[in-house]
Design a binder for this molecule. Structure first.
Ligand code: PFF
Length: 449
């Protein structure tokens, strides 16, 4: 339980913390978002940039978030106030809470779709006369005004239930069992998908870069946004999780393992989805519906496909749940402290508000599809603002905070790196490389170059 002087909870173990951080990272971002964003941005060239950002920007900022949380032992806003009282860095904390509201609002919508697909397979699967009908099944569902809302509501209720029970019992337990299962299933499905006949097209799409794409600034912004989204980075989810770690626990290693697992998951998901995309003549730039169209094609063609489909969508929904829980926890941890409410009351109120904020995103797939911003639906706009703007901006501030706002020796000590080559390289990246790179990507995407 918490330390003597506070009521804050703590993880049961360091492993529990790492698994929870992995649970937060691995989610719809690795399968749903990764595949459609990779598809829209042309494949291999996008992937190269994505990997580069994960290694040189993502991992150092993951480490920065863990360090801040573990040192401050507070929520995302409180952590900045604790380490740098009276300084403007706390703005990053408020941006984090805002991002949690925005991301979870549409995350709940997509997660609701996965729950719906799980139920499809539980009740006999999706049967169609020709492959094109997978699109119809999907569109009929998401354009319905009421149905997706019900599944979104159900998913949000589950998220609220876990956060209500608390960090250790609720969050830590679920991750330990279901994450490994999802990994095994995705590997099996990738293996099968690669036999479908689209393998060579998929492999060249994923691994043979079209270098001309490197001149498109939007590919960089998309890769940056995807790196932040997938790592749960830039909004204090990892600060919040780090804050439930006892000060005794050592950090280095955790950041790299979380990022490595997250990236491997996405890659294998790519190997599962793109062979099917090419085998069944689906457009890789189909957009957010990509997995909901490609995966049913796989399941329909394989032996025991209904069973595999059911297990797959169940595990995907669970992976989404361990991510949505971390999103809700960012906001709940803040409001518990801020208003001195109980965890239970805070969770229900904040979770309820986020569900309501998500309703327009859900409706934007059907009746409200005429409402667009720069041509994008409400759901896509929410995703764009949060993932491509707020998260990288939050990450930029976090990097600057640890690099410049904190005394170097204190940051090195808090990170457990100490005054080592690795520690000094980390500080260098946070001070110069990461902020400048993010800034350049922003400038390029608004057409400055
Ligand atoms: N990383 C999660 C995913 O890939 O599905 C999404 C996410 C969770 C983003 C938590 C941000 C966050 F704070």
């Amino acid at each position: 339980m918490g330390q003597i002087d506070t009521n804050r909870e703590q993880w049961g173990s360091r492993l529990g913390f790492i698994l929870a951080a992995m649970g937060s990272a691995v989610g719809l971002g690795n399968i749903w978002r990764f595949s459609y964003v990779t598809g829209e941005n042309g494949g291999a060239a996008f992937l190269l940039i994505y990997f580069f950002f994960i290694i040189f920007i993502g991992i150092p900022i993951v480490m920065a978030e863990f360090t801040i949380g573990k040192r401050a032992q507070s929520d995302v806003v409180g952590s900045f106030e604790e380490i740098a009282p009276g300084k403007p860095w706390v703005i990053a904390g408020f941006m984090g809470v805002a991002s949690a509201f925005i991301i979870l609002s549409f995350y709940g919508v997509i997660a609701g779709w996965t729950v719906r697909y799980f139920i499809h397979y539980l009740t006999g699967g999706i049967t169609v006369e020709n492959d094109a009908q997978y699109v119809d099944v999907f569109l009929n569902f998401i354009t319905n005004p009421l149905q997706p809302l019900l599944w979104q509501f159900l998913f949000m209720a589950l998220t609220i239930g876990i956060v209500y029970v608390g960090v250790k019992k609720g969050i830590e337990k679920t991750n330990k069992i279901l994450m490994p299962l999802l990994a095994i299933l995705v590997i099996i499905l990738a293996g099968y998908s690669l036999t479908l006949g689209g393998a060579s097209d998929a492999l060249s799409f994923l691994f043979t870069p079209d270098w001309s794409k490197l001149s498109d600034p939007n590919v960089y912004l998309a890769a940056l946004g995807q790196a932040f989204f997938s790592l749960s980075l830039g909004m204090g989810a990892l600060i919040t999780y780090g804050s439930y770690l006892s000060k005794k626990e050592k950090l280095p290693g955790a950041a790299a393992s979380v990022a490595a697992l997250d990236t491997v998951f996405a890659l294998i998901a790519g190997l599962m989805i793109f062979p099917a995309v090419f085998a069944f003549g689906i457009q890789p730039d189909e957009g957010p519906g990509l997995v909901f169209i490609a995966l049913p094609s796989i399941f329909d063609n394989m032996a025991y496909g209904t069973l595999f489909g059911g297990v797959f969508f169940f595990l995907l929904a669970v992976a989404a749940l361990s991510s949505s829980v971390s999103l809700l926890e960012v906001a709940v941890a803040y409001f518990i402290r801020k208003f001195n409410w109980t965890r239970q009351k805070t969770t229900i109120i904040i979770g309820g508000i986020i569900f309501i904020i998500g309703v327009p995103s859900s409706l934007s797939q059907g009746n409200w599809s005429h409402i667009t911003f720069f041509g994008a639906s409400i759901l896509d706009s929410m995703d764009f603002i949060a993932s491509n703007i707020l998260l990288p901006l939050g990450g930029l501030l976090i990097a600057l905070f640890v690099g410049w706002g904190w005394k170097k020796s204190d940051a090195l000590e808090a990170s457990d790196f100490g005054d080592t080559l690795l520690g000094n390289s980390w500080i260098f990246i946070l001070r110069y490389f990461a902020p400048i790179a993010i800034f350049i990507v922003f400038l390029a995407s608004i057409g400055v170059f």
